[in-house]
Design a protein around this ligand. Structure first.
Ligand code: HEC
Ligand code: HEC
Length: 223
């Protein structure tokens, strides 16, 4: 589906706004939502679909359910995620039942449990490790990723998502697999292999989780 038609389809689906009979089984319900709400017009899911938005087969492995739930309930409240994608996600007015179905389908696709025990927050990293990670970040990641106001990058140079909310959005274990070899997970990814050692990946993760956690705490404090 070409992207302009995908948006026409999304508007059409929004305009019907009917309550479909949804299957009881959460995964089947998710599949129904993907069909009736036209997600596949813009996203690859279970191996098929459009490329207006990111592959949901990858998002299914990557995202914390809590983040995905919030986003799906109000996508327009969120800032732009992928700078190189020209479009934003439309608000399809999904019900919580529909969102639960989508998450159950994500779990099925990624071989995760649903619901899933919350990931325990990683132990505070030693300062030396965070410092080493800062250096790696500046040398290897800052050319493509913005890090909120901590290490900003001019908008035209941004290629990947802002990593300031990475700890709330991305799973801790998945991060290391992704950074080690992005194209093994998403063959047409624009992210390059940065050839870091596992130790360097661990350090850059310690840096990002420390900064992201602190920034999210700060943001909570402001009205
Ligand atoms: C008209 C196109 C369109 C439709 C229809 C659409 N999306 Fe999206 N979606 C997008 C785009 C574009 C983005 C990326 C937004 C950005 O970069 O800010 C996105 C982002 C997302 C994300 C975040 C993924 C990530 O890795 O951060 C999820 C989850 C998502 N969509 C799920 C869905 C589901 C579920 C449906 C159907 C109920 C759906 N989308 C329907 C265009 C669409
Ligand atoms: C050449 C540009 C480039 C470089 C260099 C780069 N990235 Fe990326 N990164 C991207 C792009 C683009 C994406 C989005 C995936 C896609 O659509 O290809 C991404 C995605 C990510 C994600 C997923 C974020 C999310 O919220 O979905 C993480 C985590 C990440 N990169 C970490 C890193 C780290 C750590 C480094 C340095 C070691 C790095 N990246 C270097 C371009 C880059």
């Amino acid at each position: 589906v070409p992207s302009d038609q995908a948006f026409d389809l999304a508007h059409f689906i929004q305009s019907i706004g009917r309550k479909a009979d949804l299957p009881q089984d959460p995964v089947e319900r998710g599949r129904r939502v993907v069909e009736t709400r036209g997600c596949f017009a813009c996203h690859v899911i279970e191996g098929r679909g459009g490329k207006v938005g990111p592959s949901l087969d990858v998002s299914a492995q990557k995202l914390h359910y809590g983040w995905a739930k919030e986003f799906l309930a109000a996508p327009r409240k969120h800032g732009k995620i992928y700078p190189y994608m020209p479009y934003r996600m439309p608000d399809l007015g999904l019900s919580s039942e529909e969102i639960e179905g989508v998450l159950a389908l994500f779990a099925k696709v990624a071989g995760r449990a649903y619901p899933e025990a919350a990931e325990p927050p990683p132990a505070a990293a030693p300062e030396a490790k965070v410092k080493a990670g800062t250096l790696t970040y500046v040398l290897k990641c800052a050319e493509c990723h913005n890090l909120g106001t901590v290490i900003p990058l001019v908008e035209v140079k941004r290629q990947g998502p802002d990593l300031v909310e990475v700890s709330r959005r991305v799973r801790y274990d998945w991060f290391s697999k992704w950074v080690a070899d992005p194209k093994a997970i998403l063959p047409d990814s624009r992210m390059v292999k940065t050839n870091l050692t596992p130790e360097q990946i661990d350090e850059v993760r310690a840096f990002l989780w420390t900064v992201s956690g602190a920034e999210l705490e700060k943001a909570k404090g402001t009205p």
